[in-house]
Design a protein around this ligand. Structure first.
Ligand SMILES: NC(=O)c1ccc[n+]([C@@H]2O[C@H](COP(=O)([O-])OP(=O)(O)OC[C@H]3O[C@@H](n4cnc5c(N)ncnc54)[C@H](OP(=O)(O)O)[C@@H]3O)[C@@H](O)[C@H]2O)c1
Length: 264
């Protein structure tokens, strides 16, 4: 990482949509090179063209990869290592809204593979480069990581892993000068809500409209937190307050609240 919060090379997973694409937009003016990773290459290419026109000094590469697949990740890692990244943004992720009993195993497994295994695999694979460059890892977790959430049980548990892993890795990486930040957003309008549904008009995670935070604000506050070397960021005051309340809740109260299982 260079002075003033600028970067040599940034790897962003899940850059074809939502928060990942927004990270690319906000980082292009501050980076020499972006490497965008997701399955939908055409969406990333469209984004890359837009960013190349706005920021000719920033090189943008796209790489199609299904992060669920171990072999695809193994093929991706040497490519990413050769780019000598100084920031890894582990952003790709998905949810599945509904009871665990009736969940489709393929989707549950996709959540485990993308949200947990791929995030850990890329962090492990790129650590030597990140240590050499005294770089940073930004793991995209969720406010949901603080709560066991019925109807979102596996998703919330995958994010509990991400927050816990990030906190521990941050301590291990401190002597190496590598920053590790966990981003824990509340609801954000992206494709996430639609992908989480089990059918196009099926129920989704209940969240009040007023609780949503624009993706531009989420990314801006996150990049500021990264510059400041923070451990965790809950973008927007309302999310920070919610995190404080949740964290202060005795387990018996949390069980009572979550037992209400508000559905949409
Ligand atoms: N939106 C929210 O309310 C919210 C709240 C808290 C946390 N988050 C977290 O924020 C992160 C970004 O989500 P988002 O809201 O931006 O959702 P999104 O719009 O659905 O974007 C998800 C991204 O992940 C990529 N992805 C999913 N499965 C993949 C796979 N198998 N291989 C490679 N890439 C894959 C998608 O790309 P392709 O489909 O092209 O592969 C897409 O670029 C996720 O980790 C999510 O859990 C979101």
């Amino acid at each position: 990482m260079q002075a003033g919060g600028s970067f040599g090379c940034v790897v962003i997973t899940g850059a074809s949509a939502g928060l990942g694409a927004e990270f690319a937009r906000q980082l292009a003016p501050r980076s020499a090179r972006l490497v965008l990773v997701a399955r939908r290459v055409s969406l990333m290419e469209t984004l890359a063209q837009e960013l190349r026109a706005q920021q000719p000094a920033c090189e943008i590469r796209t790489w199609g990869c299904d992060l669920r697949e171990a072999a695809a990740r193994e093929a991706l890692l040497p490519v990413l290592k050769a780019e000598t990244p100084d920031l890894l943004i582990n952003n790709a992720g998905l949810g599945d809204y509904g009871e665990f009993e009736t969940a489709d195993w393929e989707k549950v497994n996709a959540m485990l593979q993308v949200n947990i295994t791929a995030l850990t695999h890329l962090a492990k694979g790129l650590l030597p480069e990140l240590i050499a460059r005294r770089g940073a890892i930004l793991n995209v977790s969720s406010l949901a990581s603080l709560l066991p959430i019925p109807d979102f049980a596996v998703y919330a548990a995958t994010k509990a892993y991400v927050t816990s892993f990030s906190e521990a890795l941050r301590i291990e990486m401190k002597p190496h000068g590598v920053r590790v930040l966990a981003l824990c957003p509340g609801p954000v309008r992206t494709e996430f809500g639609q992908v989480s549904r089990r059918s196009p008009d099926g129920p989704g995670m209940p969240a009040k409209k007023s609780f949503y935070v624009p993706k531009e604000q989420v990314v801006l506050e996150t990049l500021t937190a990264l510059e400041k070397g923070r451990a965790r960021v809950y973008p927007a005051l309302k999310t920070t307050l919610a995190a404080r309340v949740i964290s202060a809740m005795p387990l018996c109260v949390m069980r009572l609240v979550m037992g209400m299982r508000l559905r949409r």
